[in-house]
Ligand binder design. Structure first.
Ligand code: SF4
Length: 210
C-alpha cells in the first residue's frame, strides 16, 4: 500500500500506529490484578512532563497496522483487551472496537479524554490531564476517574474533575511513580479524610511486569 493510502486508512481507524502489545496483569485502578491483553497505540500530544511512555508520543515511529491483524492477535491471549497509549482517542477507535466486539471480547480504554470519545467500550478509565482537558460526554460515560498525583495541587484538580463525572464513576488517586515516596502519605491522608476517593497504585511496577 502506498503512503497516502496508508494515511487514509489510519484516518478512518482501519489501521493504527501500533507501538506494542502484550499479555500481562492490569496493575492500576478497578481491574488491578486481572490478566488482560494490552494494545498500546502510538500518538499523543498532551505532553505530561512526567509521562512514562514518552516514546509513544510520535505516531510516525510506530508502524500503521491493520486492525484485523491487531484483533486476531489479541483474541489468542485474553477475553479482556485494554487499549492504551499514547492517547488512543487521537484516532477513530470505532473500527477496532467493532472488530474486537465481533470476537466477543471485553474492551477497556485508558484515556486522558483529550479528544472526542469514539468506539464502543465495556470500561472507560478516564485519566484527565491539566494541559488538555477532556471533551464532552466522556465524563458521563467514564466508569472510573484516575487522577495522577504529582503534587498537592493535583488534589484540587482531582476534585474539579470529579465534580464533572457521573454519579457511578469510581474515583481514584494514583501517585506518580517517580514521586511516590513523597506523595503517598499525602494521598493516604486525603483519602481517609475524603473517603469517596480510593488509592490506586501501579502494582505492575511493584511486580516488575509490563
Ligand atoms: S496523556 Fe498519557 S501518554 Fe500522553 S503525555 Fe500524558 S501520560 Fe503520556
Amino acid at each position: 500500500m502506498v503512503k497516502d493510502e496508508v494515511l487514509k486508512e489510519v484516518d478512518k481507524g482501519n489501521m493504527l500506529p501500533l507501538m506494542e502489545e502484550f499479555y500481562t496483569i492490569q496493575g492500576e485502578g478497578f481491574h488491578k490484578g486481572t490478566a488482560a491483553y494490552f494494545i498500546r497505540v502510538g500518538g499523543c500530544d498532551v505532553g505530561c512532563h512526567w509521562c512514562d511512555v514518552k516514546e509513544s508520543w510520535n505516531a510516525e515511529t510506530h508502524p500503521p497496522t491493520a486492525i484485523e491483524k491487531i484483533t486476531e492477535n489479541a483474541a489468542k491471549y485474553s477475553d479482556t483487551i485494554v487499549i492504551t497509549g499514547g492517547e488512543p482517542l487521537t484516532w477513530n477507535m470505532q473500527p477496532l472496537t467493532d472488530a474486537l466486539k465481533a470476537k466477543n471480547l471485553k474492551i477497556h480504554i485508558e484515556t486522558s479524554g483529550a479528544y472526542p470519545l469514539t468506539g464502543t467500550w465495556d470500561w472507560i478509565c478516564l485519566s484527565p490531564k491539566k494541559n488538555k482537558l477532556p471533551e464532552g460526554r466522556i465524563y458521563d460515560e467514564a466508569h472510573e476517574l484516575k487522577v495522577i498525583v504529582f503534587n498537592k495541587h493535583d488534589l484540587i484538580f482531582a476534585e474539579q474533575e470529579a465534580a464533572k463525572t457521573n454519579k457511578d464513576c469510581i474515583l481514584y488517586l494514583q501517585p506518580e511513580w517517580s514521586v511516590r515516596d513523597k506523595v503517598v502519605p499525602m494521598i493516604v491522608d486525603y483519602v481517609m479524610k475524603n473517603p469517596k476517593w480510593k488509592v490506586s497504585l501501579q502494582t505492575h511496577k511493584y511486580l516488575n511486569i509490563p
